[in-house]
Write a protein that binds this ligand. Structure first.
Ligand SMILES: [Cu+2]
Length: 129
């Protein structure tokens, strides 16, 4: 699992920004706080050219496939806590390409990696456990 360890180290600085904005549908008040926190982060200022809106964070999670929606292009996951994102366990939909969707069935227990940005949450790899 060397890769997962590397990923966790990579996302750690971004996770400090309390990355709840991905869940704005559930917590609509988080976005303003999020923006202020990001501006105040010492790692963000002059050393990082990315703006907050262009920030993409990645993390891995474990979960159970609750639904697969080919029309919407999503997989709904009952996922466990994601410390790197400061996410609690919850059920939510992730964008997922057809090759990703084809790898899983409803009820599968999986480990998956995803990206989070202002465009939403997208699963980038998945493996059954
Ligand atoms: Cu979630």
């Amino acid at each position: 699992m060397r890769y997962l360890t590397w990923m966790n180290l990579l996302v750690l600085p971004f996770a400090l920004a309390a990355c709840d904005n991905a869940h704005d549908a559930e917590m609509p008040m988080e976005n303003e706080d999020m923006a202020m926190t990001a501006d105040e982060m010492p790692m963000n200022g002059d050393t990082m050219p990315m703006t907050q809106s262009g920030t993409v964070r990645a993390a891995s999670a474990e979960g159970t496939v609750a639904a697969i929606d080919a029309d919407a292009g999503t997989i709904t996951m009952e996922h466990g806590p994601v410390p790197a994102m400061e996410w609690p366990a919850m059920t939510m939909a992730f964008d997922a390409s057809q090759p990703i969707r084809d790898q899983v069935s409803v009820g599968d227990t999986v480990t998956f990696e995803f990206e989070t940005s202002d465009k939403g949450n997208r699963i980038i790899s998945v493996s059954k456990r």
